[in-house]
Design a protein around this ligand. Structure first.
Ligand SMILES: Nc1ncnc2c1ncn2[C@@H]1O[C@H](COP(=O)(O)OP(=O)(O)OP(=O)(O)O)[C@@H](O)[C@H]1O
Ligand SMILES: [Mg+2]
Length: 661
């Protein structure tokens, strides 16, 4: 084992983040760590590296295991060194050796000393085993994979934006090749080609990797194990994300079924007790039924818990038909030309996604529209446009010493504190949470604050740069739903294809320094691109796809179907007639039968619960034969239980009738 937890509990003050967790990371594992925003994933990594200490239980790190840890929050690290230098920092020992070899070499030339020669060759040997002759090449390869142009490698680190700095640190870390890599949402700051590159790189990585991510495509390809932090417990699944999804549904369904069966059983027993507790002849049976119930290990109703954010974008006033007109727009950063003499128009109702490879200037165009970037040409606003801008590194713009409520107050709306607290409640910051400091918030929680700030403006035009970063998958679905309902217009940048395909009804591609406008959704655009590619080159026809339907893309969570059992008939009216002998005999017979059936139902129910637990256990799951056999027994058992229960009910009724005679 490289590192892990045994029966570990961790609390922030009175709030437990994780309870009694056991998880051992083995060599050569690729693990996805998942869970809703704010459940404590980043905290788990901090526990693993020793930044936090467990409240109970143990955190283990085996001796000699090297760990590399990439924070979710960008580091404050800053330097004038070039990014190549920073990344080369991974090879500290190699670079030290290089210097020493140089020195010893010079000395050797002078003295020709024998011992020195041995030292010299030893050092050359070490350099070779460390792959020292290769480090420049390797470093460049990794930096390029993460999207850096060759010309950038000599530029000072401090010139780069947060997202790019994170890539340099990521490059340095993977070059260090620790035994255990802990990556906290590494894909947040990457574009698609870089994500794909990272995927390939990590798949062949020699050590173990733990990755926190909300990107299911990435997880599906990358990991062979999923660890989910849900309701303060760690749940381990031996497969990729798709496996996790089906398996989790199955586990939930089985647990839910076990719960419902137990509830049926409890109701049945309670009915029995209720009916007979006052009857002297049955009091003992009622007593024992009561004891049985007391002893019962009660299952919990595991209705699936999910964050129920209420995102509701509102519009104050309706703008004119054209919101913004761009004409002859141009922009360069030094020699780096981004766009040139290009134009486009944003109309009311447009939900535009800006698409284009990294560095083509998607964010730049968005910032030009938002008016926070200089440009040449003409940008004209329509009537009554109220815009709101969610910038790419919006979260980093939050003041970490503010409380959440302060941030909202500073957003410039005229709202009262009560109104702001209500909005925060919709974003899952209820009560005291609103007074939490920004600096203790998780990545997703910060994103929620930033989103809440975007919402209070009631703008009719939203400019969103990577709004899904840091958000968990369920919250992304809720955001999609809200944006589909939104009556205003949107222009957005996102590397999340799922998100783009669910929201956009128009695509702007930046290519060849121009904005290329496509009137249709993402899927139609992809199809169209493919058609264009397969067509003879030189044909310049512009096609337009249909409008995307507004139905939105809500995934429905499969819910187990609950079978309702027939309820017993109300008690028969008691007739006051003398008991005849025949009837008494019959009653005794029925009572014996009743007792037998009761035992039978109890035994079958117990077995049913056991079988359900078995079906849900990985032991049985992973063994096909065992699973089929257990499932067969489960079915047989269920049928027997159904018959026995029906009979039990019948006998029950007839006893009531006979007793009444
Ligand atoms: N120092 C602290 N004091 C009190 N609460 C804290 C502190 N640090 C973090 N928290 C809270 O603990 C919870 C877990 O935080 P953590 O950053 O581990 O979540 P996460 O699962 O990584 O979420 P995300 O997916 O949003 O990144 C959050 O609700 C956060 O606000
Ligand atoms: Mg986190």
């Amino acid at each position: 084992m490289l590192a892990g937890f045994t029966n570990m509990t961790f609390e922030f003050g009175a709030r437990a983040i994780v309870e009694d967790a056991t998880w051992h990371i083995q060599p050569n594992e690729r693990i996805g760590l998942i869970g809703y925003n704010g459940t404590g994933k980043s905290t788990l990594l901090k526990l693993l590296v020793g930044e936090y200490a467990a409240s109970a239980g143990t955190v283990e790190r085996s001796r000699g295991t090297s760990i590399g840890y990439l924070h979710q929050d960008l580091l404050s690290f800053d330097t004038n060194d070039s990014i190549l230098e920073v990344a080369l920092g991974a090879f500290e020992r190699v670079r030290q050796l290089e210097v020493e070899i140089e020195e010893v070499g010079k000395e050797l030339e002078k003295t020709g000393d024998e011992d020195l020669l041995i030292k010299y060759t030893d050092m050359l040997h070490e350099l070779e085993t460390l792959g020292g002759y290769n480090i420049h090449h390797k470093t460049e390869e990794v930096l390029q994979g993460l999207g850096f142009a060759n010309a950038d490698l000599q530029r000072p680190y401090k010139e780069f934006s947060g997202g790019w700095r994170m890539r340099v640190l990521l490059a340095k870390m993977i070059l260090q090749a620790p035994d255990l890599l802990l990556l906290d949402e590494p894909t947040n700051h990457l574009d698609l080609p870089s994500i794909e590159w990272l995927e390939k790189y990590l798949i062949h990585y020699q050590g173990s990797v733990v990755i926190i991510s909300h990107d299911k495509y990435f997880l599906n390809r990358m990991v062979t194990k999923i660890v989910e932090l849900y309701q303060r417990k760690l749940h381990i699944y031996n497969g990729n994300y798709a496996f996790y999804e089906t398996e989790k549904e199955l586990r939930l369904e089985l647990a839910q079924r076990a719960y419902e069966n137990q509830q049926d059983y409890i109701r049945q027993q309670e009915r029995f007790i209720e009916r007979f507790k006052a009857k002297a002849s049955k009091a003992a049976a009622a007593q024992s039924a009561m004891k049985r119930l007391d002893k019962l290990d009660r299952l919990e109703d595991i209705g699936i818990e999910r964050p129920s954010l209420r995102i509701n974008f509102q519009v104050d006033k309706t703008p004119g038909k054209v919101l913004c007109e761009l004409k002859h727009i141009g922009k360069s950063f030094g020699n780096n030309k981004i766009i040139e003499d290009t134009g486009a128009e944003i109309n009311r109702g447009d939900k535009i996604a800006l698409i284009g490879a990294n560095g083509k200037g998607k964010s730049t165009v968005l910032r030009i529209i938002a008016g926070v970037e200089s440009f040449t040409g003409d940008r004209r606003w329509g009537h009554n446009v109220d815009e709101s801008f969610y910038a790419q590194h919006q979260l980093e713009a939050l003041n970490i010493n503010d409380t959440i409520l302060d941030e909202m107050k500073n957003a410039g709306s005229q709202k009262t504190e009560l109104e702001l607290r209500t909005i925060l409640g919709c974003f899952l910051f209820s009560g005291d949470d609103a007074d939490k400091k920004i600096k203790v918030l998780s990545g997703g929680e910060k994103a929620r604050v930033a989103l809440a700030k975007t919402i209070i403006s009631k703008a009719n035009f939203l400019m969103l740069d990577e709004p899904t970063n840091h958000l968990d998958m369920h919250t992304v679905d809720l955001l999609i739903e809200a944006l589909n309902k939104y009556e205003g217009s949107i222009i957005l940048v996102s590397h999340d294809r799922y998100f783009v395909s669910k929201v956009a009804n128009r695509i702007w591609e930046i290519d060849d320094y121009k904005i290329k406008d496509f009137d249709g959704g993402y899927e139609e655009w992809v199809e169209w691109k493919e058609r264009m590619k397969s067509r003879e080159s030189g044909v310049k026809s512009r096609e337009s796809g249909g409008k995307k339907s507004e139905s939105g893309g809500q995934k429905q969570e499969a819910k187990p179907v609950v079978e309702s059992k027939p309820q017993p008939a109300p008690a028969a009216p008691v007739k006051q007639e003398p008991i005849n002998k025949e009837a008494k005999k019959e009653l005794q017979k029925k009572q014996r039968l009743f007792k037998e059936l009761e035992d039978k139902v109890a035994a079958l129910t117990k077995r049913k619960t056991e079988l359900e637990a078995l079906l849900a256990s990985p032991d049985v799951f992973s063994d096909k034969n065992k699973f089929v056999q257990t499932e067969q027994e489960y079915k047989t058992n269920a049928n027997q239980l159904k018959d026995a229960s029906a009979e039990y009910e019948k006998v029950f009724e007839s006893i009531i009738e006979l007793e009444g005679q």
